[in-house]
Design a binder for this molecule. Structure first.
Ligand SMILES: [Zn+2]
Length: 421
C-alpha cells in the first residue's frame, strides 16, 4: 500500500481483487420495473416507478467500493439482529426461488457470524448487511465480498455445509477487507488468510465443524511468500494455496504458540487500530508484538516474507543387536524449533511406544527394545505440526508382515499427501 497520498492503480489480474479509498456514495440506479436491486449501503426511500422503469437511490458512508445486483426473480427477506454488543442491524436476503426453503439457514449463518465478529473484534458499524444469491450456474458472481454486500454460492447448490461455509467466509470479509482495508493486490493474505482463519474459528464455534489445519497443509505443494503481489505467484493454484491456505495455517500456528485468547486480543487490537485504514503486514506484526510483548521477526521472516514450511521427516533408522534385544537410532530432520514431537514406534508384536523428540536439542532418538521394530511415525494423528506439507516422509516402514500391509502403507502415505482439497 501507499505510505503517502497518491495512486495505487494496478492493472486488474484474474488472481487479484481490489484496493481503494474510503468514501461516501450516493448512487442512482434505473432498471426495468420487473427487476429488484440489491446494493451496497441503504436504500434512501422506496424505489419510484415511471412507466416501465424503476429508480433506486442508495447511500453508503465510509465504504471503499460499491456493488449492486438486479434480478427479476429475487426472493426478499429481512431480519433485525442485535446482541449485548452489536447494536441493531438489518440483514437483508436477496435469494433465488430455489433457495427459499433455506431462508432460516441463511439468517442463522449470518447471525452466528455477526454475533462472533462483533464480540471478538468490534461491533459492525454499518446499519445493514446485504446477502445476494446468484442464479443457478452464475457462480462467477458468487462467493464474493463487497462493502456491506456479499454474494453467496449460486442457487444450484443444496449442500448446507458448503452454503454455510461460503456465507461465513464472505461475511468475515466485512472486517478483513471491508473495515480493515488492506491491499488485496499486494498483500492478499491479509484479507484472504485472515478471513479463512476466522471462518475456521466460527465454523468450529457455531457449527461444530472441526477444521483440520495440519491435513490442509498437505495441499500446499508450492509454498511461496505471503507478502507478494497477486500476479507474481507462479500459478493461480499457487496464489490460492498460499494466500488462502498457507496464510490461514500461519495464523493457526500463531494460535498454537500463544493460544486463542491472545491471538483474538491481538486481532481485536489490529481491527481497532486499523479500521477505516489500510494496514500492511508490518502493522499486523507490530500489533502482535505489542500485544504479546515479544519479537515475531524471525517467525515473520520465515513464514510470511519467505516460503518456509515445517517439513519434519524420518531420515534413517539403524538397529544393533544387544545381549537382551536391540538398540535403534532414528535420525530425524526438520526446523530447529523448541517443541515436543511424538515419534511413535510400532513393534512386530503389535505394541506401540510413544517417544518424545525436541528438534531444538537433538536430531536423533535412541531407544532399546526386545521386539523388532515394524514401523515408525513422526507426529502421528492427531497431527501437532500445522505447517508440515510433506507427510509421506513422516512414516518409515522397517519391515512389514506381508506385501499387502506394505502396499497399503504406501497407499496411505499417498493419500495423506492428497488430502486437504
Ligand atoms: Zn475470501
Amino acid at each position: 500500500g501507499r505510505k503517502q497520498d497518491g495512486w495505487n492503480a494496478h492493472q486488474y489480474h484474474a488472481n487479484t481483487e481490489f484496493y481503494a479509498n474510503f468514501g461516501r456514495y450516493r448512487v442512482t440506479i434505473n432498471v426495468p420495473k420487473t427487476h429488484t436491486v440489491a446494493a451496497t449501503g441503504k436504500m434512501v426511500s422506496s424505489p419510484s416507478v415511471k412507466g416501465d422503469q424503476k429508480q433506486y437511490i442508495f447511500e453508503a458512508e465510509a465504504v471503499h467500493d460499491f456493488a449492486w445486483a438486479a434480478d427479476s426473480t429475487f426472493v426478499e427477506r429481512q431480519a433485525l439482529f442485535k446482541s449485548a454488543i452489536q447494536p441493531e442491524m438489518r440483514i437483508q436476503l436477496y435469494l433465488q426461488p430455489e433457495h427459499e426453503y433455506l431462508v432460516n439457514r441463511y439468517f442463522e449463518a449470518a447471525e452466528a457470524t455477526m454475533d462472533r465478529l462483533s464480540s471478538w473484534f468490534v461491533p459492525y458499524p454499518y446499519p445493514n448487511l446485504t446477502i445476494v444469491c446468484p442464479k443457478a450456474g452464475a457462480m462467477g458472481a458468487g462467493g464474493m465480498e463487497y462493502p456491506t454486500l456479499i454474494t453467496s454460492w449460486d442457487a444450484s447448490i443444496h449442500n448446507l455445509e458448503t452454503i454455510r461455509t461460503v456465507l461465513v467466509h464472505e461475511i468475515v470479509h466485512q472486517y478483513f477487507y471491508g473495515l480493515v482495508a488492506s491491499n488485496e493486490f499486494e498483500e492478499a493474505w491479509l484479507d484472504e488468510g485472515f478471513t479463512s482463519y476466522i471462518e475456521d474459528k466460527i465454523m468450529a464455534d457455531a457449527f461444530e465443524y472441526q477444521p483440520a489445519p495440519a491435513v490442509e497443509a498437505a495441499s500446499v505443494f508450492v509454498p511461496e511468500p505471503l507478502v507478494l503481489e497477486g500476479w507474481k505467484y507462479s500459478s493461480s493454484y499457487a496464489y490460492q494455496s498460499n494466500v488462502y491456505v498457507r496464510g490461514k495455517l500461519v495464523l493457526h500456528e500463531i494460535e498454537r504458540l500463544i493460544g486463542w485468547q491472545k491471538i483474538q486480543v491481538a486481532l481485536r487490537e489490529y481491527v481497532r487500530r486499523f479500521m477505516y485504514r489500510h494496514p500492511t503486514t508490518t502493522d499486523w506484526q507490530t500489533t502482535l508484538e505489542d500485544v504479546t510483548g515479544q519479537s515475531w521477526r524471525s517467525f515473520f521472516d520465515a513464514y510470511i516474507y519467505s516460503d518456509f514450511m515445517q517439513d519434519y521427516s524420518i531420515e534413517a533408522v539403524a538397529t544393533e543387536a544387544t545381549e537382551t534385544g536391540w538398540t535403534s537410532r532414528v535420525e530425524l530432520a526438520g526446523p530447529v524449533e523448541e517443541r515436543k514431537l511424538v515419534l511413535q514406534v510400532t513393534f512386530d508384536d503389535g505394541s506401540k511406544r510413544d517417544l518424545s523428540w525436541n528438534p531444538a536439542t537433538d536430531n536423533k532418538v535412541t531407544f532399546e527394545h526386545d521386539s523388532p521394530v515394524r514401523s515408525l511415525q513422526l507426529d502421528p494423528v492427531p497431527y501437532k505440526v500445522i505447517l508440515d506439507h510433506v507427510r509421506a516422509n513422516n512414516n518409515y516402514q522397517v519391515r512389514s508382515s506381508n506385501w499387502l500391509a506394505s502396499w497399503l502403507s504406501h497407499l496411505l502415505q499417498l493419500f495423506s499427501q492428497l488430502l486437504g482439497w
